[in-house]
Design a protein around this ligand. Structure first.
Ligand code: ADP
Ligand code: MG
Length: 287
């Protein structure tokens, strides 16, 4: 039977906007020593803004239009920023053969032209000769009819409470804080150092994130528990694999919320340390 104080713990957490899906996760939280974060939408706002356009052989407006139309069916944070910058209605008749390639970007036919929009991995995978853009920020590379058409720089911001969230976890005795991201090294390392994370792994494909978590789990022993915090559709397998899966409830995908054991209703990473404190208090009564 479940000790009554667990209900008190779960109730106390829910009052703080932390939904715990079972008493066993409260128990696991009390023993969490490693916490792994996804970057975009979890530690950063995931609301990108287009900051610069670098067209190659076309006008800036054309570059943005191709990218935005190609991305019209995606709801990736990057895609939303391109559509927002474009700012006009999309005519569905202009767009066809849409394919989203996880961890890479999208491919679509726009006005009869085959358009690719995504990261360098996408350009390499499709054998497009590209000009690398070394400006700081997340870069979307665009190709039209297999020819490089330019790059678009977009910037994300870290969440207001992210730095305090990491500090509070360290203070609560969590030994290892890790960030995983599909974004490029420069961007990942900048965010990790800004937030004071212990480790960062970048340029990962969605499947690589599961492998990284497996690897970290192998280096832990006995009672030690690992939590993964994510928000995206691609994060569902990692959320399931971790001892404790924590999802963002407000902006997070349905798949992530479904796969998670704990949901943060207001998307604030600082709530995790609050949950740890509640869990420890509950367990002191039970154990
Ligand atoms: P993260 O690990 O930061 O949450 P994702 O795994 O969602 O990022 O994506 C990894 C990378 O793949 C992105 O940084 C971006 O370069 C590229 N990418 C993914 N989806 C798209 C898209 N719809 N449009 C452009 N680029 C994309
Ligand atoms: Mg993500």
């Amino acid at each position: 039977s479940i000790p009554l104080s667990f209900f008190g713990g779960i109730g106390g957490a829910s009052k703080c906007g932390i939904l715990v899906k079972g008493s066993n996760y409260l128990e696991a939280l009390a023993d969490m020593t490693t916490i792994v974060f996804d970057k975009t939408g979890t530690l950063t706002k995931g609301v990108f803004k287009v900051t610069n356009l670098y067209p190659a052989g076309m006008k800036k407006e054309e570059l943005l239009q191709y990218a935005a139309l190609a991305e019209s069916y995606s709801d990736h944070p990057i895609s939303l920023s391109l559509k927002e910058a474009y700012g006009r209605k999309m005519d569905a008749e202009r767009i066809g053969e849409v394919e989203e390639i996880p961890g890479h970007g999208v491919s679509a036919v726009v006005d009869g032209h085959r358009v690719l929009a995504g990261n360098l991995k996408l350009m390499k995978r499709m054998d497009i000769p590209y000009e690398e853009n070394s400006v700081s920020g997340t870069v979307v590379y665009v190709a039209v009819d297999d020819k490089f058409a330019g790059s678009i720089v977009i910037a994300d911001e870290v969440k207001e409470d992210a730095k305090a969230a990491i500090a509070a976890l360290n203070e609560a005795g969590v030994r290892k804080t890790v960030m995983l991201t599909g974004d490029r090294r420069e961007v990942g390392e900048e965010v990790a150092s800004k937030l004071g994370l212990d480790q960062v792994y970048t340029e990962l494909l969605p499947g690589d994130k599961v492998d990284k978590v497996e690897e970290l789990l192998q280096n832990m022993n006995g009672r030690e528990q690992l939590a993964f915090v994510g928000d995206g559709i691609n994060d569902a397998p990692v959320l399931s694999r971790a001892d404790i899966g924590i999802a963002m409830g407000a902006m997070g995908s349905d798949a992530a919320i479904e796969a998670a054991d704990i949901v943060l209703m207001d998307d604030e990473p600082s709530k995790i340390a609050v949950a740890v404190r509640i869990a420890r208090k509950t367990l002191r009564i039970v154990r």
